[in-house]
Write a protein that binds this ligand. Structure first.
Ligand code: PMP
Length: 368
């Protein structure tokens, strides 16, 4: 064991870091980003917003990001559910917001339950805070392999009595959305838990998939996390947020570093929120590409999972690693999410979809 390994916390030894490859390839469809660049008009607003705060960079930013909270609350309230500014918390990506939740409500001697396969960072963030992770299961007899039924979720929540529960809807990497019945049932079955509904992909959901935001009133243990990284085409801006009860939000101030959102970060996020319609203008095109991928992959003899997100998980592969490499050799980078016989592809532009589907169609027959 090296000196550093000896010094490292025992519970971190032997772990591997989050590592989606960042490769320079013609068609990058591996991290569920929005493939469309920020519109030129919004770029001008962003530049102006940064210029405005630049001379004040000698001062710390507004620690409570008051104006940004107002704007995020207004954006969420567009969904029809009123969200007040004091219900909002934000961080450098929703990963940081999730970290704050685990720092405040997890920790040594506490457990967090998730239903896998789900977002790979949930167990990693959990582990960094010394919280124990419990790998719950998905899958419904007679239903979809990645569905989560009320009965199964409730039984697992009761069995583990966790302090934090992760529900991911639409779920990464499967694209599966949860019914609100699952959320309320898990909430009631885990009476000492903070229930985190990770809705990073909410804006891509098909009609009839309601957000858990509607469940917030009267449920002080319920949290809905969102991000500007996906539908909002703002992954590089690193702005994630959550909506919850004001008292829970206030508790997060105990664990965040002071001034964690820089003034340029706050200004840029506000400038883009001002142009929410322009930033979200590509969502319908991306949803159409997602549906095209599902149909086309099924026609090619593969097994795509119907998706409410901006990506598609598809199965039917003999050796997912070999197919991942074969697609990369053709300039198309997709994601090997570690599920045998499956890969995940992000829905991007029509041209990117075509490049991906052409690469799949060109696979030698022994890949299927
Ligand atoms: N939640 C889910 C389900 C995700 O897929 C991601 C990003 N892949 C995140 C949260 C984190 O995104 P960010 O930190 O960019 O907001």
């Amino acid at each position: 064991m090296s000196v550093i390994e000896q010094l490292l916390r025992e519970d971190l030894r032997g772990r591997t870091a989050y590592g989606a490859p960042q490769l320079d390839v013609p068609v990058a469809l591996n991290t569920n980003e929005n493939s469309y660049a920020v519109p030129a008009a919004v770029v001008d607003e962003i530049v102006a917003a940064v210029a405005e705060v630049a001379s004040g960079l000698n001062r710390y930013p507004d620690r409570e990001f008051t104006d940004l909270r107002d704007d995020l609350a207004a954006y969420l309230s567009r969904s029809g559910t009123t969200v007040r500014p004091e219900q909002i918390w934000a961080g450098n990506g929703s990963n940081e917001v999730l970290l704050h939740l685990l720092q405040a409500f997890g920790g040594s001697g506490r457990t967090a339950l998730g239903f896998t396969p789900a977002y790979s960072m949930h167990p990693i963030i959990t582990a960094t805070t010394g919280t124990s992770w419990v790998d719950g299961l998905r899958g419904v007899a007679g239903g979809g392999a990645f569905d989560l039924s009320v009965e199964s979720a409730v039984a697992q929540a009761q069995a583990h009595d966790p302090h934090v529960v992760f529900l991911c809807s639409p779920n990464n990497p499967t694209g599966t959305a949860l019914t609100l019945e699952v959320v309320t049932a898990v909430h009631d079955a885990a009476p000492r838990a903070v229930i985190v509904v990770d809705e990073a992909y909410a804006e891509f959901a098909r009609p009839g998939t309601p957000s858990a935001l509607t469940l917030l009133p009267g449920r002080p243990r319920l949290v809905v996390t969102r991000t500007m990284s996906k539908a909002f085409a703002f992954a590089g801006g690193r702005l994630g947020y959550l909506a919850a009860d004001p008292e829970l939000v206030d508790a997060l101030r105990l664990v965040r570093m002071p001034y964690h959102l820089s003034s340029p970060a706050q200004a840029i996020a506000r400038a883009t929120l001002l142009h929410a319609d322009a930033m979200l203008g590509t969502v319908d095109v991306i949803k159409a590409e997602r549906d095209r991928i599902v149909t086309a992959l099924a026609d090619l003899g593969l097994d795509p999972v119907p998706s409410d997100a901006n990506f598609v998980l598809f199965g039917g592969l003999r050796d997912s690693r070999a197919t991942w490499q074969a697609l990369l050799d053709r300039g198309v980078l997709v994601r090997d999410v570690g599920i045998a016989h499956y890969l995940r592809v992000t829905a991007g532009t029509p041209a990117e979809t075509t490049a991906f589907l052409d690469a799949v169609a060109a696979l030698p027959p022994d890949h299927l």
